[in-house]
Design a protein around this ligand. Structure first.
Ligand code: ATP
Length: 323
């Protein structure tokens, strides 16, 4: 990727008293990426995003957007991005149109630019038929789309989205992603946090965060390629007792349930299968079949977050957690 980084984090950290919410994060995001930031609840995603948006002061390290310090130059940097928080603020007593115009005014968008831009955003967010309805009367999904529209009204080159699709039905989720693809196609850089593994697949670059530390950062394909072990999927009945028993088996690092089958995380799955062919050690469980499957992002995230290092060959740019 040749594009220069738009965001650079340099040992960025934030502690709340003795809680280290974010620890020494160092990575860069080139212009034009859709960067997906993944991590469990409490991993530090929102704290990182709030630091990048100049909303909370780092307690160590620093970060820049377009070369300007996100905290020291926050007044200047603010105009360069749009931000949609988890708990976004709309004005429920204003109409859809009035909300967009209000945010346009707050960002000092000139009158000549504002009109056409608002019309375009109404179309992009599918809110044309709702333009004169009060924001407070919209469904949750429509509110989320309107909040996105408000974050875009000053046409920023960079967009921060904190779990923009949480709680959305699949249709609105797809609509939100279509809009993000359109924006990305127009050259916008997008930094998005998510819990959904299928959404990680839609990003051009993904970072895994755990306990405030970066476990890996790479495009989804490279992350999947870094899963070097052959991945075994087993059909065993009854399934739930099998899951528990297999987890305790020698050579098995972990087991997860996927569409009624069991994914077995093991450094040497072939040796496991060969051994079980000779002697199946669970007389009360029925082995119905097995296959080798391609790991998906959930498998990869599980391997990184559970520390199944024997399964992984991390891609070169992956940042090891700072000591
Ligand atoms: P989620 O997916 O649940 O939104 P997250 O990955 O965004 O989680 P953060 O909200 O950044 O995680 O929280 C990271 C850690 O920092 C957590 O342990 C949280 O309790 C703590 N934390 C966040 N904000 C504060 C605060 N204002 N005061 C004290 N601790 C905080």
């Amino acid at each position: 990727m040749d594009a220069p980084p738009i965001i650079v984090l340099d040992r960025l950290g934030k502690s709340y008293g003795h809680v280290k919410a974010v620890e020494a994060l160092s990575f860069a995001i080139p212009k034009g990426e859709i960067f997906g930031f993944l991590g469990a609840n409490g991993a530090g995603k929102t704290t990182t995003m709030r630091m990048l948006c100049g909303l909370t002061c780092p307690t160590s390290g620093h970060a820049t957007i377009d070369g300007r310090d996100v905290w020291r130059d926050r007044q200047f940097v603010r105009a360069r991005f749009g931000y949609m928080a988890q708990k976004f603020s709309l004005y429920p007593d204003l109409t859809v149109l009035e909300n967009l115009r209000f945010f346009g005014g707050a960002y000092h968008v000139s009158g000549a630019l504002l009109g056409p831009r608002v019309e375009r955003l109404l179309q992009q967010t599918d809110l044309v038929p709702k333009r004169n309805e009060l924001a407070g009367s919209l469904s949750g999904g429509m509110k989320q789309l309107l909040a996105l529209g408000c974050a875009l009204v000053h046409a920023p080159p960079l967009l921060f989205l904190d779990e923009p699709t949480s709680g959305l039905d699949p249709v609105h989720r797809q609509q939100m992603w279509n809009l993000l693809y359109d924006l990305s196609h127009e050259g916008m850089t997008i930094f998005v946090t998510t819990h959904y593994m299928d959404e990680a697949e839609r990003c051009t670059e993904v970072g895994f965060l755990q306990h405030g530390r970066l476990l890996a950062q790479a495009p989804p394909r490279e992350l999947k390629e870094s899963f070097k072990a052959r991945l075994l999927e087993l059909d065993v009945e009854p399934t739930m007792p099998a899951l528990r028993r297999l987890r305790e088996s020698p050579g098995v690092l972990g087991v997860s349930l996927r569409s009624g089958s069991l994914r077995v995380y093991a450094a040497d799955g072939e040796a496991l299968v060969a051994g079980w062919r000779e002697r199946w050690p669970f007389p009360d469980l029925q082995w119905l079949g097995h296959r080798w499957v391609e790991p998906d992002m959930e498998d990869v995230f599980t391997a990184y977050s559970q520390g199944y290092h024997a399964l992984l060959n991390p891609p070169a740019p992956a940042s090891a957690p700072a000591a």
